[in-house]
Design a protein around this ligand. Structure first.
Ligand code: SF4
Length: 369
């Protein structure tokens, strides 16, 4: 890669030592992370992140043809930020049967889907035999679809609900067809924030421990952080560095996805005065992640939560993945996301090309199609 005049893009002189580190491929520290949040120089921060992105991926931007499906919205955990959960007596409550899922995937609009992304509520009625049956029948009918299921907290819940260790539960799910896991459920690791935004959800150590178990068994996962609510920059840096530390040990995270908090129809936004995240905040989250997470290969701009236009721009702030077509995304939309329910392959490719990047369709493990 040719020498890059990075300092030329930086107006906040406090960032110059960080730019030096970036050019020398040195790891950034906790204090560096705080500065990345404190500095008003988003252009400089974006230039540093983009330098890393171009070094790792050139101008390639990945996406996958993906279907979202939640097998149940019944949840006995109570996250204050969640508009998706329903109690069993709620008229909105549902559980999909295996036949419902197979019927849904058989619809013509799903013919080119390569990834099935399933996360759902914590429903005490569902145990290991439901998942084994579900995964086996999906893989039998659609062997080309990659099964990406369970947040780390969800896996812990259903393992305990089935009277199994996480290891035993995971092994049985993998034998039935599970291939990888999404990155949700991490929220913010700091316990003082967790107890206000997702009281009742298992603590951060559970999320990290289950991820480590998955990685140890060769099951890749993604990782996330929910930002833009009541957390402070120090909580975000702490969260990102805990992910980086685990990745140093396991190398099992494929991608990191910053998740912008959606304010509609949930208890958290009724309790605290919280505003929607702004464009500069969303771009900064992408850039900071690219700079701090030096060992996680891919950074996604999740267009569902930050809009298609901003995700397109985020390709210049460190993002090298626009996630996917995301047919029928439900969880973020119930919390107020104003974006379309899905984007076609052509729409995604147009967004990527119009920003002078090269669209690359991938499978879930980043094999190019
Ligand atoms: S985020 Fe997940 S675990 Fe939390 S209440 Fe919603 S469905 Fe339940």
């Amino acid at each position: 890669m040719p020498a890059f005049p990075l300092p030329r893009y930086i107006s906040d002189e406090r960032l110059l030592p960080l730019a030096d580190k970036v050019l020398r491929k040195e790891r950034l520290t906790f204090e560096d992370g705080l500065l990345l949040y404190a500095s008003p120089d988003l252009t400089g921060i974006g230039a540093m992140a983009q330098h890393v992105r171009l070094r790792l991926h050139g101008r390639k931007t990945y996406y996958v043809q993906s279907r979202r499906l939640s097998y149940t919205n019944i949840c006995h955990t109570h996250c204050q930020f969640c508009a998706f959960q329903a109690k069993p007596d709620d008229p909105r409550a549902y559980v999909l049967s295996v036949e419902d899922v197979v019927r849904e995937l058989s619809k013509p609009e799903n013919a080119t889907v390569r990834e099935l992304h399933m996360t759902s509520g914590h429903n005490p009625k569902l145990k290991i035999d439901y998942f084994e049956d579900l995964f086996r029948k999906i893989k039998a009918a659609f062997p080309q679809i990659h099964l990406k299921v369970f947040t780390m907290i969800e896996m812990d819940y259903y393992a305990r609900n089935s009277g199994l260790s996480v290891e035993a539960f995971l092994d049985r799910c993998v034998a039935a067809g599970l291939e990888s896991c999404p990155g949700g459920g991490a929220e913010i690791f700091a316990p003082e924030i967790r107890e206000k935004i997702c009281i009742g959800k298992k603590e951060a150590n559970t999320w990290l421990r289950v991820a480590e178990i998955c990685h140890g068994r060769g099951i890749s996962t993604n990782c996330t952080m929910l930002y833009g609510h009541i957390e402070q920059p120090r909580h975000r840096v702490d969260h990102l560095l805990q992910l980086r530390e685990l990745q140093d040990r396991t190398r099992g995270f494929l991608a990191y996805i910053p998740l912008a908090y959606q304010i509609e129809d949930n208890e958290l936004s009724r309790t605290y005065e919280i505003h929607e995240t702004t464009g500069t905040q969303d771009l900064r989250e992408v850039a900071v992640a690219r700079l701090l997470l030096d060992n996680i290969p891919h950074i996604k701009a999740y267009w569902v939560m930050i809009t298609e236009g901003l995700a397109q721009i985020a390709q210049n702030y460190g993002a090298n993945d626009l996630d996917g077509t995301l047919i029928e995304e439900e969880i973020a939309h119930l919390a107020g996301a104003k974006t379309p329910q899905f984007l076609s392959k052509n729409q995604l490719e147009r967004l990527i090309r119009a920003a002078d990047f090269e669209p690359i369709e991938r499978d879930n493990l980043y094999n190019e199609m």
